[in-house]
Write a new protein. Structure first.
Length: 332
């Protein structure tokens, strides 16, 4: 505990320059400290975090941002362990941001992920940062975008974001990345995989995992079926038709194909302008989201506002007042 407090106190004394210089020098310790700073929920940390982000902004945006999602157990972490080695072997510097929605419940899954990325976590060209999801909207790490920018400034040219596909989180990840990969299990129905059509529509590619051993034929069938299903979707409007692949983290099959595909997508969307467009609309959505958060914070930060709201909610519940009028009273 003591160490933690020392570290905390030290942080209070650090200047934006300490972080900015360290990050730009690719110092991982400073990068980790900076991520902790931007993740901080303390209002007092906010100006410093903003100054650091501002200071590195010119060095961000140059990475390939890839989102990887799929239901629990589909093999996301194992995929990243193997795929990540494939990328670093080609000279890439890889940052993995693993969002951990289960950490508040079980407290144990970080450890599980760490073991599943055993090799990658010892790889000098890789940096793994698990982040607790907390109670942020959409189940995504509060500040994942900021963390991504810090990693880019620290020299990582590929960012992988792992998130469990259990609902809204994948739409939020979609808002962060250039390429959105959906991992699927063969032989499990769509309902079983919790897949809403909307999620499949967001994917830039599907990969059927665990295509090895006895599972091989089922994986091939699933590939065929999903490919047919995707053909029925309306065109993406980007000139890209999302393909379906099979892969195995056990045999490494398909890993090179997935990478090839992501590069093709990057090339196409860079040439036709859709990559830039996607990032621009992501920036604007980020702005709107932050604005909404700040307004929320300012409004609910007013003394007594919660009590007044509860009072009004009770009256609305009893039918004593119409919601529109109640809103007027509260804002008034
Ligand atoms: N046969 C086979 N098993 C695999 C493969 N990839 C993952 N597994 C197994 O599937 C299980 C789940 O893998 P994970 O990588 O933890 O899955 P995940 O999607 O990250 O799971 P959560 O983080 O809990 O959502 C583990 O027992 C893996 O060993 C594969 O390619 N082939
Ligand atoms: Mg995992």
């Amino acid at each position: 505990m003591r160490g933690k407090f020392d570290c905390f106190n030290m942080r209070q004394r650090l200047s934006p320059d300490y972080y900015i210089t360290g990050i730009l020098a690719h110092d991982r310790l400073v990068l980790s400290q900076a991520i902790t700073l931007v993740e901080s929920q303390l209002a007092a940390d906010y100006p410093l975090a903003q100054a650091v982000l501002d200071g590195v902004l010119a060095h961000t945006g140059n990475s390939m941002r890839i989102g990887i999602t799929g239901v629990p157990g589909v093999g996301k972490s194992t995929f990243i362990e193997v795929f990540g080695q494939h990328l670093t072997a080609q000279g890439h510097q890889l940052a993995v941001l693993a969002l951990d929605p289960t950490s508040q419940r079980s407290g144990g899954s970080l450890l599980g992920d760490k073991t599943r990325m055993e090799n990658l976590s010892m790889n000098p060209s890789a940096y793994i940062r698990p982040s607790p999801v907390g109670n942020a909207l959409g189940g995504i790490g509060h500040r994942t975008r900021e963390t991504m920018l810090l990693c880019e400034a620290a020299g990582f040219d590929i960012i992988l974001i792992e998130t469990v596909g259990v609902g809204q989180s994948e739409t939020v990840v979609y808002e962060l990345v250039d390429f959105f990969l959906l991992l699927m299990l063969a032989g499990a129905g769509d309902e079983l995989q919790g897949m809403k059509r909307g999620i499949m529509e967001l994917a830039d590619a599907l990969a059927i995992t665990k295509a090895d051993g006895d599972n091989g034929p089922a994986a091939n069938r699933a590939q065929f079926e999903y490919q047919n299903a995707l053909h029925l979707f309306p065109p993406t409007g980007t000139g890209w038709q999302p393909p379906v692949l099979t892969c195995s983290a056990l045999t490494n099959a398909g890993m090179a194909d997935v990478w090839q595909l992501i590069q093709e997508h990057q090339k196409l969307t860079t040439q036709n302008g859709h990559r830039a467009q996607r990032r621009q609309s992501q920036q604007v959505n980020w702005f709107r989201e932050l604005l909404r958060q700040r307004l929320d914070g300012q409004f609910f930060g007013q003394p007594g506002i919660r009590n007044r709201m509860n009072d009004l909610e009770n009256r609305v519940r009893q039918g004593e007042i119409l919601p529109g009028k109640a809103v007027g009273e509260l804002l008034g």
